[in-house]
Design a protein around this ligand. Sequence first.
Ligand code: BTN
Length: 264
Amino acid sequence: MKSTTYITNIQNVFQTLKNDFFKKLYVFSEVDSTNNAAKKIIETGFDEATLVVAETQKKGRGRFSRTWESPKGGLYCSIILKPSVPDDKITLLPLVTSLAVAMTVKKYNLNPKIKWPNDVRIKNRKIAGILFESLHDPNDNLCVISGIGINLNTDMKYFPKQLTEHITSIKNELNRTINYQDFFKNLLMNFQMYYNFFSTANFKKIVDEWKQYSDTLGKKVKIETMNGEIVGLAVDIDDSGFLLVCKKNNQILKITAGDCIYLR
Ligand code: BTN
């Protein structure tokens, strides 16, 4: 697809949303990272909620400074927000985002599951990830960036060999290309719906729905954190989205961030 066509298609999606939630759109055929672009936009002032979208990324970033492969066919976007909820609830926003992704994917007769904190997977292989970052704007308001990467119409041949066992794309699962614009529009509408629960302090709704999509709870897990590994049973998530892990000695630990590995 010509890059001008891509840009026009995304502009059309934005226009047909017919709502006043997303205020501004930045669309690129190529960018280093939509999250980096979002940071620059925040530094110069922005309208809540702003959307940054790209057809490809040269330096797509994942959690823990990993690379996010971003060939054409995938969906790469960042949503910039200035949430007006208590600071200790901001950590629910990645869950809002993964819920919106999972709900959108489910419409394609797929059975997406969320692995804590917010990997969306199909049959244990990752199709989407979320990179959540926060920073202050020039007026010292807390701003957040929810960066979403989805392997949508991505051909598996574009991924490094060592990854193909662990990741998949929607195209690979369905054996067909899906309409990018329709998917993107649904994703934005679902995000808006869950964000509305979030900004009206209906945190319980978010946590309850997240639990329905999650396949983490009830599993024996190893969590790799900045301060070492924790092994135990994933028993619950709290109303900030933190994972509660019950260790062998019955001590329950609250995990705020980390990589989750399922154990047998
Ligand atoms: C992860 O699972 O490690 C998170 C991946 C997040 C990738 C998206 S793609 C759009 C946005 N821009 C980036 O550089 N990263 C996020």
